[in-house]
Design a binder for this molecule. Structure first.
Ligand code: SF4
Length: 86
């Protein structure tokens, strides 16, 4: 038998405040490769098996990714991730 939901949220908040405080970490991602995925995940608009309006493009060049990462850093992001289809 666990804590009631409200108590669990309050406990989680106390733990967060203890170890992180009120600081917020900003993260950003770039879609580094979109669409044309050979996999057949039925929920995904990036699968080549389905007729969707998802934007498609191959893997971005390194310079483009770095430029976007720098822009996000200038905007305050402390973490930057790349996501790709496939
Ligand atoms: S992009 Fe990922 S989720 Fe989408 S079809 Fe490909 S493997 Fe599946």
């Amino acid at each position: 038998m666990g804590l009631p939901r409200r108590a669990s949220i309050a406990a989680a908040n106390r733990i967060k405040n203890q170890f992180i405080g009120q600081k917020v970490d900003l993260c950003s991602i770039v879609n580094a490769k979109s669409g044309n995925c050979s996999e057949d995940c039925i929920f995904c608009s990036q699968s080549v098996h389905y007729d969707t309006t998802a934007t498609t493009y191959p893997l971005l060049e390194e310079d483009e990714v770095l430029e976007r990462a720098k822009k996000m850093e200038e905007s305050g992001a402390e973490h930057f991730g790349l996501v790709t289809s496939g």
